[in-house]
Design a protein around this ligand. Structure first.
Ligand SMILES: Cc1cc2nc3c(=O)[nH]c(=O)nc-3n(C[C@H](O)[C@H](O)[C@H](O)COP(=O)(O)OP(=O)(O)OC[C@H]3O[C@@H](n4cnc5c(N)ncnc54)[C@H](O)[C@@H]3O)c2cc1C
Length: 473
């Protein structure tokens, strides 16, 4: 592929850089190394995603985005947009290039009558949840409140409400974006329909989203919480979940994970149960099969608000350490593969104690709602009953990167036998894409891939947006 390599700030005329910095109004900070606030501005959820940007523009208005895109594109600069900073691949960072930091663009307003949420492209899902909750409303967001709406929404978006209301993208009613040519475009079902189609599943390739409009749904309090079972319960829990999957409705969800419980790092099976109803009795009825597995070591379940639900696992998924995510999509819970995965997890974390905070999460959302939508109606393709398994690797030292990655790959390989090669792009790590591998990317977008290439040719022919799972025309 013959695309011009990207330049760094140090490669361009310092006078142009100075003029660019001076062109912003007083509210907008443009930071370089040494400036107050710079180190904080390059922090990311995973330490390995932190890079020393040449310039960070902390945008405060739409015009700042336009100006930054135009300057970066004109100078062919390495460019990244950052919202929540949760991508572990470093796709929201730049080593020496320019970062458009969206975090100050985090206003959320709700039109309760029309049941619409207007959220600026730098907001976190926790900010969307709390604003909507004031009106008794909610949309489909991520299950960790500090995740950014920018990255999560543009790749698809799974959350506690997916079983009932589909993916996050199925609840996007419109967006305002700045494309590579610096144009501001409004997207909806009847405005710029081709881009509206593309951003719902492949958004990071087509522009910077200034604002999303989400559909909101009436939401009451829920009953939910966490249980911790001894590792010996693995087989009976998998059996119980298999039975539950046959009878579950869309108003409930569950996930389970392999983890090690500090301070002794004892292996346990964590279970997160969610009933979309405030009643404890309804909750216990919905999950009676799980409770039949025996007494949990710890049980913390209660009635709570929807924003609180999305904070249940926020602390255990905190900032710091090196991290990476690999994902497998399975269509059944096969005890023999799950047992293999568990044994490998225990062996690996025993032999590499620095990785003991690594988790493997099995999310059991129902696809009833999102699989009812045809796969070509948005860029997101895998609209079928699949369960996301996420291998959240956490370790300390750079010299262990390869060991951890190779082990996670081996887990992905075990699980891929129970599904197919479908990928959820939000868990694609660029380390997987060091060399452009079109075949792998096609696993993310399936039959929509050719159309996405065409649209990339039309809206971003020089591949200005070149971070994360990138499409080359
Ligand atoms: C703790 C944790 C929990 C998670 N939970 C879920 C979950 O419940 N459901 C789920 O589906 N996924 C989940 N994910 C995966 C998540 O969807 C991705 O990591 C996503 O990329 C995070 O978005 P971000 O804005 O925080 O990240 P960032 O690193 O800021 O951005 C990720 C990508 O999006 C682009 N981007 C960000 N904002 C914009 C914007 N406004 N316009 C254009 N491009 C933009 C960036 O350029 C970058 O390429 C989780 C990840 C973590 C780390």
């Amino acid at each position: 592929m013959n695309y011009q390599p990207k330049k760094l700030i140090k490669d361009i005329d310092p006078n142009d850089v100075q003029k660019f910095k001076e062109s912003f109004n007083i509210n907008t900070k443009v930071l370089t190394e040494g400036d107050e606030g710079y180190e904080k501005s390059i922090l990311r959820w995973a330490d390995n995603a932190i890079k020393k940007a040449g310039i960070v523009v902390q945008a405060t208005c739409l015009e700042d985005i336009v100006k930054t895109v135009n300057f970066a594109n004109k100078n062919n600069l390495d460019f990244a947009t950052c919202c929540g900073g949760h991508s572990t691949s470093g796709s929201s960072s730049s080593e020496g290039g320019i970062v458009l930091d969206m975090r100050k663009l985090n206003k959320v307003r709700v039109d309760a009558e029309k049941k619409l949420i207007y959220a600026q492209g730098g907001a976190l899902f926790g900010e969307v949840d709390s604003e909507a909750w004031k009106h008794g409303l909610a949309t489909v967001g991520g299950i960790v409140h500090h995740t950014g709406i920018g990255g999560l929404s543009l790749g698809g978006g799974f959350g506690h409400l997916t079983s009932k209301h589909g993916l996050t993208i199925d609840n996007i009613m419109g967006a305002t974006i700045v494309t590579a040519d610096g144009e501001v475009r409004e997207l909806s079902a009847n405005k710029n329909e081709d881009l509206f189609w593309a951003i719902r599943g492949c958004g990071i390739n087509f522009g910077v989203v200034y604002e999303f409009i989400f559909k909101a749904h009436e939401q009451k309090e829920v009953f939910a919480g966490l249980l911790l079972f001894p590792a010996e319960k693995l087989d009976s829990l998998v059996e119980a979940f298999n039975l539950w999957l046959k009878v579950r409705g869309v108003d409930e969800n569950a996930s389970f994970l392999f983890n090690r419980f500090p301070p002794e790092n004892k292996p346990t099976i964590g279970v997160l149960l969610f009933s979309n109803d405030p009643s404890e009795q309804v909750f216990r009825e919905k999950f009676s099969l799980i409770y039949k597995c025996g007494e949990p070591i710890i049980e913390k379940v209660e009635r709570m608000s929807y924003p609180e639900l999305n904070m249940l696992v926020s602390q255990t998924n905190d900032y710091g350490d090196r991290k990476a995510m690999l994902n497998a999509q399975i269509n059944c819970l096969n005890i023999s593969s799950i047992r293999k995965v568990y044994d490998s997890y225990i062996k690996f974390t025993n032999e590499n104690p620095e990785t003991s905070q690594t988790d493997i999460v099995f999310d059991l959302h129902s696809a009833e709602k999102f699989a009812a939508i045809p796969p070509d109606s948005t860029a997101f393709h895998p609209r079928k009953q699949i369960y996301n398994v996420v291998i959240i690797q956490r370790w300390k030292n750079e010299h262990d990167d390869k060991i951890v990655y190779n082990w996670a790959k081996s887990i992905q390989n075990i699980l891929s036998k129970d599904g197919d090669e479908t990928l959820y792009v939000n868990f694609v790590d660029t380390s997987d894409y060091e060399e452009y591998d079109e075949k792998k990317l096609k696993n993310g977008w399936g039959e929509n891939f050719e159309r996405l290439k065409e649209l990339k040719r039309k809206y971003d022919p020089n591949v200005f947006f070149r971070k994360g799972a990138v499409i080359f025309p």
